[in-house]
Design a protein around this ligand. Structure first.
Ligand code: BGC
Length: 255
């Protein structure tokens, strides 16, 4: 039990990578707050899975791009379990258009959810952790695209590039409080965010050709890295991004 006695909040914890992290943390003894948006039953599967494992869990509805809802999310987490030790900023969105045609309202939404959201959650969580005085962990789910350009995905890439420097900067600022801040940079992980690619075998083939290990990653594989960063073993790890991408960032680009 690597997270016994810890309280962890996972944004976007009802599905995909967030769900795998919420379940993975609960298996290691953490009490988990599953943040979700949409209908109340969206988080049911994650909540029942964690309960069936004997874990402690609550689901809280909050849109991370709304400051009042973020404040409420942190308050509800502390209400439920008395404290907050680990935050995983996982919630994220992506839509694709040619840059010159990208609608500004979509640009703003992407940056709000993927960058301003994690900033607000980290800020509120850090205040809570400082009050507790026992340090803490902030883990941001970024992307290979905090480094790798992706045509038709400019706002997403910009938001993840922003997350890269947010992490580096606040890791330095929060170190004196023993709060570590790290990014995970997943590559192509098999989740609904890539439903468009999964539905088109010719696109999927092109994507796989960019990955030296030649396969999708699984959410549980990302959860394993998040678990390490959340655990006591990672106490000296802060301010960096850890990629989990099947070698995508190192591909030779031979086609
Ligand atoms: C994106 C996916 C993409 C993957 C690899 C992720 O950050 O959300 O759409 O397939 O990176 O390029």
């Amino acid at each position: 039990m690597r997270l016994k006695g810890k309280v962890a909040l996972v944004t976007g914890g009802s599905r995909g990578i967030g769900q795998a992290i919420a379940i993975g943390f609960a298996k290691e003894g953490a009490a988990v707050v599953v943040d979700y948006i949409g209908k109340p039953d969206i988080a049911d599967a994650t909540v029942s899975k964690i309960k069936s494992l004997g874990g402690s869990v609550v689901a809280v509805h909050a849109d991370v791009s709304d400051s009042a809802q973020v404040a409420n999310l942190i308050a509800e987490s502390v209400n439920a379990f008395g404290k907050l030790d680990i935050v995983v900023n996982n919630a994220g969105i992506e839509t694709k258009h040619d840059f010159v045609d990208f609608p500004l309202d979509e640009v703003r939404k992407i940056v709000d959810v993927n960058l301003i959201g994690p900033l607000m959650v980290a800020q509120a969580a850090a205040r809570q952790m400082m009050k507790q005085g026992r340090g803490g962990r902030i883990i941001n789910i970024s992307s290979v695209h905090e480094e790798l350009p992706m045509p038709t995905n400019a706002p997403y890439c910009a938001s993840k590039g922003g997350l890269r420097m947010l992490t580096r900067t606040i890791a330095v600022e929060l170190a004196k409080h023993n709060i570590t801040v790290n990014n995970i940079g997943p590559g192509a992980i098999y989740t609904a965010i890539d439903a468009d690619i999964q539905a088109r075998p010719e696109l999927e083939k092109l994507l796989m050709a960019e990955i030296p290990l030649n396969r999708w990653g699984q959410p549980a594989e990302v959860a394993g890295l998040a678990l390490y960063l959340a655990s006591d073993e990672a106490a000296y790890v802060t301010g960096s991004t850890y990629f989990i991408d099947g070698g995508m960032l190192r591909q030779a680009g031979s086609y």
